[in-house]
Design a binder for this molecule. Structure first.
Ligand SMILES: Cc1ncc(COP(=O)(O)O)c(C=O)c1O
Length: 412
């Protein structure tokens, strides 16, 4: 099934050409540029079909078998399938698949375990913590007393000694491990140990690595954390959304924290799409995909290092790479702009040292398109060439268009 013909012949094109054109323009943008944003991916046509299904019409407050609305007998089954697939995929006693987003999942985890004013230890925002890990602009920073741990300025690795010292000094109610930009595996056993030493809950915000976990390419936080929060998009390649995993003893608290405490009616089309994505993620093809994502990231990281960019932590264990382009004579924001003009779309990020911005990139989307090590190595050369000014932007843009054209995300 292909997305483009569906859209072109679709009722939307006849009824609302203005919106249809916008959707097609976005499909064209995604198909003719390189999506290097670490949090993005291409969901399958089957996931998109579930998202665009009549399940979008259904109100379903509550949980399977205990809804506040009538007519839920079919969507109940969809949610049961999603929950069972998530439990099996991650080896969790309990899964809640209703969170509308990763942030909603983190909010629910806090709601399940904390009271306003509690102290929480999490990776500081300047080192790759998410907004929900204590930003003053977010509910987390407003309602809880966050203490931030950091990374070593030299190695870029989480400063485990500091985590332990801060935990013993501040006695937090919860410790959060997880990041928007950390390229290495997180040592969940270490965090569990420290949490136990100070009597804290451990919350793993595995939004980024959870797809790699599903494919056996990253360690699973489920055996260590009291609650695992995650997104279902990113490497996991499902619809935009969130989920929570936990043991049986916290199941009821987690469910109540999602509904009715922080959310109303579940989005049943998104839940069905999550079920489809979990089904895909349980296949050998997805295991191969997850390992290829990491292999591709390693090749890209080593190519960027060979070209002179400073790769944080010296490489990656995951889909995620952060680099400082300063050695090529350009700072992060300007670098992002130059690369975007050449059709390479990525984000800026904080660096372990100083105030300068770095670049954050990931290989999930390119790998879904079928690109492998040769293409990623070439993209590294192209990026560095554009940043140094050796390769002119228009030439790079043409090459990007040609490369993307050979690996269409939604073949016709
Ligand atoms: C570690 C982490 N937590 C939470 C989130 C929030 O997810 P969402 O954007 O779906 O709210 C993200 C998103 O990038 C993330 O990386």
């Amino acid at each position: 099934m292909s997305v483009t013909p569906t859209l072109e012949t679709d009722v939307l094109r006849r009824q609302d050409p203005e919106l249809a054109e916008i959707l097609l323009a976005e499909l064209d943008r995604q198909s003719t540029t390189l999506q290097l944003i670490a949090a993005e991916n291409f969901t399958s046509p089957a996931v998109l079909a579930a998202l665009g299904s009549p399940l979008a019409n259904k109100y379903a407050e509550g949980y399977s078998g205990a809804r506040y609305h009538g007519g839920c007998e079919i969507v109940d089954v969809a949610e049961q399938v999603a929950v069972e697939r998530a439990r099996a995929l991650f080896g969790a006693a309990h899964a809640n698949v209703q969170s509308h987003s990763g942030s909603s999942a983190v909010l629910a985890a806090y709601a399940a375990l904390l009271r306003p004013g509690d102290t929480v230890l999490a990776l500081g925002l300047p080192y790759g913590g998410h907004l929900t890990h204590g930003s003053p602009a977010n509910f987390s920073g407003r309602w809880f007393d966050f203490v931030g741990y950091g990374v070593d300025a030299e190695t870029g690795l989480i400063d485990h000694d500091q985590v332990r010292t801060l935990a013993h000094t501040h006695r937090p109610k919860a410790i959060v491990c997880g990041s928007i930009a950390y390229p290495r595996h997180i040592d969940y056993a270490f965090f569990r140990e420290v949490a136990d030493e100070v009597g804290a809950y451990l919350i793993a915000d595995a939004a980024h690595p959870i797809g790699l976990v599903a494919g056996g390419a990253a360690p699973n936080p489920v055996p260590y954390a009291d609650i695992v929060c995650a997104t279902t998009h990113k490497v996991l390649r499902g619809p935009r959304g969130g989920m929570l995993l936990c043991g049986a003893e916290l199941a009821e608290r987690v469910d109540r924290a999602v509904f009715p405490f922080t959310q109303g009616g579940a989005q049943m089309n998104a839940i069905a799409a999550k079920a489809v994505a979990f089904g895909e993620a349980a296949t050998p093809a997805f295991t191969a995909y997850a390992h290829q994502v990491v292999a591709n990231a390693r090749v890209l990281a080593s190519e960027l290092a060979a070209e002179g960019l400073a790769v944080t932590t010296g490489g990656t264990d995951t889909h995620l790479i952060t680099v400082d382009p300063a050695p090529l004579g350009v700072e992060g924001r300007a670098a992002r702009g130059r690369l975007a003009a050449a059709g390479m779309v990525l984000d800026c990020c904080a660096l372990p040292y100083g105030d300068a911005r770095g670049l954050r990139l990931g290989t999930a989307a390119l790998t879904t398109q079928g690109m492998g090590e040769p293409e990623l190595a070439r993209i590294g050369v192209l990026m560095a060439g554009v940043l140094r000014g050796d390769i002119d932007t228009a030439g790079a843009r043409d090459e990007v268009r040609e490369l993307a054209g050979r690996f269409p995300p939604y073949p016709r």
